[in-house]
Design a protein around this ligand. Structure first.
Ligand code: ATP
Length: 476
């Protein structure tokens, strides 16, 4: 959405029209086009004239539409085939007999298809995707449909963003997708684009599941409040015993992990790439399961019967904030989790406001998260989890891709939160700053556990597990 796939930023009377008015106008225009008899050639000319007048007012050059008209290709192909395959009387064109009925049917499809595409492109060009969703909401479309449209837009955004990244990567390696001999590479690129988009979609889904999503849309009626479950007094915040797990493809990632975290502790989870850190944390709120061993959260076993309560208690902030943010505004994204857990009305609004406030993001509440900077997005992603009021905060690489100031500001926010915290990180100074205790995982088992300063001072241990303090960093 943010990438403005189709939306062309501008400030014209057309851009300024309320989105619901534009949606209704577009639907009426398409219905008129469809209802027009195919022989009324003048009417189609009139429609085209009206559409170009809108482009003129909106200051969108026809070339912009020409470049995107490729989506019309199926209509063109069909329109070209029909004169050859149609029945009835024929007429000779350059010695080739063409079906009159087929030609008229082809024209009908081409004219109406083209006008339909142009109307849709005009709407998309002059209305930001999030405004389109707002327009649908104002038109009182069932909230279920608006949510589905939101998710579809988010997915389209994911596909376009991946496609752009892959295109840049290809072009920078000397590839030029315009040439025919690059067709093979382009085809392979499309295949891998879909796999990557699917994987991204999976991660967005995991982040949704982690915030209480059960497949039911939070439409204000569906979710019941979470029943409070009795906490075992004196139980550790987290208890993991002999946890072993293999992915469905047979790859074993965990080989018997033991971990105990007391309430209020802040623990860093360190380890080289592929050590099993993410696999471990995804077990803590039951997103991954089916392995062997025991996991308890405040004495409550992580089992199917308690998953809702477990997910309310264990908030997972994913590594990439884009996996966590998918709704039109930051406020809606932050409300997603608590709404799934049954909060409504003033209570929900209050929870959202407090979470945004806690991360210093109250002023961006009504902006699209996808238009925020990387640091702001990470804070909003944290707010989406804080709003669920979890007792345990699990953060996967919170400082990744942050500029130094944003990294420090996030550390200040995290230090101000009084919660049990488990932080997966490769950023060893960050671990030292935020977590008095560190657990080192490698090869799917815990290989060291102790005060962060002591672990980081053990250069032999770090070297054996491919960890290294940054150049110039000294442990004083
Ligand atoms: N969906 C999957 N299917 C199969 N194997 C997987 C899957 N996800 C992860 N793995 C494998 O499991 C092992 C542990 O991966 P995991 O992502 O937990 O490591 P990590 O410690 O978080 O690594 P990193 O620091 O690189 O993020 C790796 O060998 C990885 O290739």
């Amino acid at each position: 959405m943010s990438s403005g796939v189709l939306h062309r930023a501008g400030d014209s009377p057309v851009h300024r029209l309320p989105p619901q008015v534009k949606i209704v106008a577009a639907v009426v225009a398409v219905l008129c086009v469809v209802a027009t008899p195919r022989e009324a050639f003048w009417a189609f000319g009139g429609y085209l004239l009206a559409i170009t007048a809108v482009w003129f007012v909106a200051r969108i050059p026809p070339t912009w539409f020409a470049a995107r008209a490729v989506i019309e290709l199926p209509f063109v192909v069909l329109a070209l085939v029909l004169p050859f395959t149609g029945h009835g009387p024929t007429t000779d064109v350059l010695g080739v007999p063409l079906s009159v009925e087929g030609a008229l049917a082809g024209w009908n499809i081409l004219a109406k298809g083209t006008l339909g595409v142009l109307v849709s492109l005009t709407l998309a060009a002059t209305t930001a995707p999030q405004d389109l969703l707002l327009g649908l909401q104002r038109l009182r479309l069932p909230s279920v449909l608006v949510t589905i449209a939101t998710l579809m837009l988010r997915y389209a955004d994911v596909v376009v963003a991946e496609a752009k990244r892959m295109r840049v990567a290809r072009i920078s390696r000397g590839d030029d997708p315009r040439f025919l001999w690059q067709l093979g590479a382009t085809a392979r690129g499309v295949g891998s684009l879909f796999i990557r988009s699917y994987e991204r979609g999976e991660r967005v889904h995991l982040a949704m599941v982690s915030r209480g999503w059960t497949g039911r849309l939070p439409d204000g009626r569906g979710s019941a409040a979470v029943e409070p479950v009795r906490v075992t007094p004196g139980a550790p915040a987290l208890l993991v015993e002999r946890l072993a797990f293999a992915y469905p493809d047979g790859h074993q990632a965990l080989f018997g992990v033991d971990l105990r975290v007391e309430p209020g502790e802040r623990v860093a989870l360190l380890g080289p790439n592929g050590a099993g850190k993410t696999t471990l944390v995804l077990h803590l709120n039951g997103v991954l399961g089916g392995g062997q061993g025991r996991i308890e959260v405040a004495g409550l076993p992580v089992a199917k019967a308690h998953l809702r309560e477990i997910r309310r208690r264990v908030g997972v902030v994913f590594q990439d904030p884009d996996d966590q943010l998918f709704l039109p505004t930051a406020r809606q994204d932050v409300a997603f989790g608590p709404a799934n857990f049954g909060l409504r009305g003033a209570e929900l609004d209050d929870r959202v406001a407090r979470a945004l406030d806690a991360v210093g993001m109250a002023e961006v509440a009504d902006r699209s998260p996808l238009h925020l900077s990387g640091g702001q997005r990470r804070r909003v992603a944290l707010a989406t989890v804080l709003a669920c009021d979890p007792e345990i905060l699990v953060l996967d690489e919170p400082s990744a891709n942050l500029e130094p100031v944003a990294r420090r500001e996030l550390a200040e926010v995290l230090l101000g939160l009084e919660r049990t915290m488990l932080m997966v990180t490769h950023d060893l100074p960050y671990a030292l700053q935020l977590c008095p205790r560190s657990v080192l995982v490698d090869g799917g088992v815990v290989v060291a556990d102790g005060p962060t300063r002591e672990l980081l001072a053990d250069t032999g241990l770090l070297a054996r597990h491919r960890l290294e303090l940054p150049f110039g960093f000294r442990l004083d």
